[in-house]
Every structure is written in C-alpha cells, then in structure tokens.
Design a protein around this ligand. Sequence first.
Ligand code: GDP
Length: 489
Amino acid sequence: MFDTLSGKLTSAIRNLSGRGRISETNVREAMEEVRRALLEADVHVDVVSEFCEKVVQDALGAQVTTSLKPGEEMIGIVNQRLIDFMGPVDSHVMLVDPGPTIIMMCGLQGSGKTTTCGKLAAYLKNRGKKVSLIAADLQRPAAVEQLQVIANDVNTNAKGVGEVTCYAEPEKCGEYGTATGVAVGVCKRGVKQARKDKVDVVILDTAGRLHIDEDLMKELRGVQNTTKPHQVYLVIDAMIGQDAVNAAGTFHEQLATDGIILTKFDSDTRGGAALSVKRVTGVPIKFIGTGEKFDAFEEFHPERIASRILGMGDVLSLVEKAQEEISEEDAMKLADKMASGKMTVTDFIKQLKSIRRMGPMKQLLGLLPGVGAALKNAQIDDKQFDRIEAIANSMTKKERDDISLLGKSRVKRIATGSGTNQQEVHRFVKQFQMMKKMSKQMAGGGMAEKMAAMQNAGGDFDPSMLGMGSRGSTKTQSHKKRFKQRKRR
Ligand code: GDP
C-alpha cells in the first residue's frame, strides 16, 4: 500500500530540500507533482484539489520561501494536511453498559465482511469481551458455514480471556431478500439468545451483493430497524479505489454508518480510498485489515498512515505489535543474555517465532523509517525462515546451546535432517555467531562502541543478518551506497 505514492510524494518535496531558498513558483511546481501523484494513486479529484490548495496556502503562510530548510518544512505541512484529511478518528469500539452492544456489519460481497467479523471478534476477545457472531448473510452460499468456522478458530486460537460463539440457522441459507424477511428473523433470535447468554458484544454479519441494489438496502434497513444496532460498520475493499468511496457514500446515505473498516490494506493498491473516503463521505475509517488471518487487523491512526506515506515509517505500530507478542519479562531476559554473549540458538528461534507472528517480514520492515521504500522491489521470502527453523530443529539441545560444536559431520547431519544443504547450515552458523558478537558489543559498550558495532555489521539494515541469504536483491539502497563509498575510500 502507498509504495508508489510514497515514492513520488517524497521525491517531489525533497526536490525542494536541496535549495537554500525557494520561491512561490518552486512550491507550486512541487505541488503540481504532488497533485499528479495523488491522482495516480486514485485519490478523489475534489480531494486532490482541496488538498493541494490547502498545502500551498499553508506553505506560503508559514513563509516556507524564506525558511532555511524549506524541504523539511514542506514535509511537516504535507504531513499535517494528510492527517487532517484522514481524521479525526476515534478507533475504539463504543460499548454500552449494560450490554450487549450490537454492531451491524455491512458491505459488498467479497469486500471481506465475514473475515472482518472474525477479526473484530478477535480484537474484542483480546479485550476480555464475550462476543456472539450472528450469521445473517444468507445470500452467499458458504457465508454461514464460513462464519461458524471463523468463530471457532478465533475462540480457540485468538489471544485474550474473552469468548467467541456463533449463532446460526444454517437451514435458512438461500432464503434471502426482503420478501422473506428471514435474515431479520435470524438477527432477532440471535440477539435474543445473546441477551440470555449475557454476551457483551453482538456482531451481525449481514448479506452483501455484487452491486448495491434496492433489495439489499431494504434487507439491511430491515435488520437495522429491528435490532437497533449501536454501531453500523461498513466493510470496504481498498483495492476497488474510487468505487470504494462511491459505495461508502451510498451505504452511508441509506444506513447512517458510524465507521469504515478498510480491508486488503496489505495489497498493492494505490491507497486512494484511504485518503479520500473520510473527506468525501464524512465517515471515519476505524480499522484496517492487513491480511487474511484474524489478527491482521489494526486500529486506524491517521498520523501513522501519514507517516508511512511520507516514508517516515510507523515505529509506533511496530512497537505495539511487538508488545503484543513479546512479554517484557522475556525481552529483559533476552537482553541480559545478549549483553553477556550467552544467547543460544533456542533463544534466537523463540525470538524469531515471536517476530514472525507479528506479520510478514516485508510488511514489518516497511514500518521502519526509510526501509519501506528501499524494500519496494526486494524479494523477501518468508519461507526462508522456515528453513532456519528446520536447521535449528535438527540440532541437538547441546548444539543449540553451543553452536561452536558444529563440525563438518554435525553440519552434514543437520543439513540432511532439515532438508537443506551444508552451505545453508554453514551460513546460518556464521550469521548467528556474528549476531551474537554484535549484540554483545552493542549492549556492552558506550556510544562509540555501539556505532562501531553497527559499522562492522554493515551499517544500517541488512536482511541477510536475519538469515535471508546473500542474494543481494534484499539489500537496501543505502547499504549498497555505503558499501561503494567504503570501497572508494
Ligand atoms: P465477504 O463476501 O465480504 O464476506 O468476504 P470474505 O470475508 O469471504 O473475504 C473475501 C476474500 O478476501 C477472502 O479470500 C478473504 O480471505 C480476503 N480478505 C479479507 N480481508 C482481507 C485483508 O485485509 N487482506 C487480504 N489480503 N485479504 C483479505
């Protein structure tokens, strides 16, 4: 998401940074490029015009032309305007007391509605809530069964002390449409059951169609009038760009939606919907879906998204993900082991597993400032980590505790056992030892030693340190540049 937009936007603004002084014409020229980049990213045309005009006004008002660092000031201005256009938003779910809070989910077929019901349930389970999912999408043949499977999966595997159940009447599948009013009946009985079971939150998975039509809207209005939901959330597929914004407008007119959940944020979409939808419809994006699994779900924070767009990374989201996966106690223990040079392969694999649970590696690294753009064309194969885990699993406990035991015959055995080859095992051993040495140096020394350790390890981020091989394609631009500079010296 945002890769192309991010690159174009930052290069347009950075062109201003090289200059000592800039003129109003320079600002307007830069904004022409920004305008083109936004239009290409499928941002609504009215939003683009308003955005660019506001940025120019801000820039001239702030006297960017007389500033000594016009590029930096422009980034600040564009950042603030991006935040304004996407916000404000309160991404918490409003809950009523006494419950149950009723949340109605709606959206077009294929937008990710059923999947998102599961994600929202997992989010609430993690906050200790008892959730009931009601299967009222009787239109799409597999939707009821899909929701039952999702509810079971979330209840068993999602974090938190809450509970997730599913209310379904599978025999009613196919009986959709206003004439029958069957979906309304299912919702009514589901809510009644939820009250009996003292459920905190009820989530209604309603029907979608391929296109918005009157029949669909009537059915949804029927469900809304009968169950009186406290919140109506619209699920929209970010990949459909401008159409997403149009669909959001129509749903909002009919159902007075409270929030939008934008799915498929992990895809290669151009990002226009995220930037336009609040401005055009007035409905805030509350959450984003970033993958197919139930934990690929984040609260929407405009300031973090603006930061991602401007290539400044999103360290806060990364820290939050890390906090969910790695306990403070574990982190402290590991830090001690690293500082004393006692980190073992077992510690490393445990850590690697926690990181992998946070999401695909490329997505995670993209949250680091400056790394996202550098990784744009990099091929980071998450399967590579399976191979590393296989190598570690083929070692004996003694070997994992002391990797220096690995001689020729042990390496051969491990390569065969893990289905890899000796070269890969050697590479892992080398990288692990280097990492161990580096972490000891980093933790032990003062600032100067830390800088030296970073330099020794190859400067800034290098995916090969994580065992991603030495294919070169994953190295960052800055790494390559630094390497060249060193060679020249
Ligand atoms: P519904 O018809 O609206 O209920 O759609 P589904 O929930 O069945 O989702 C349609 C497809 O989109 C499924 O293959 C989902 O796995 C996929 N999907 C849903 N949300 C996301 C997301 O955030 N990212 C990605 N990559 N896929 C998603």
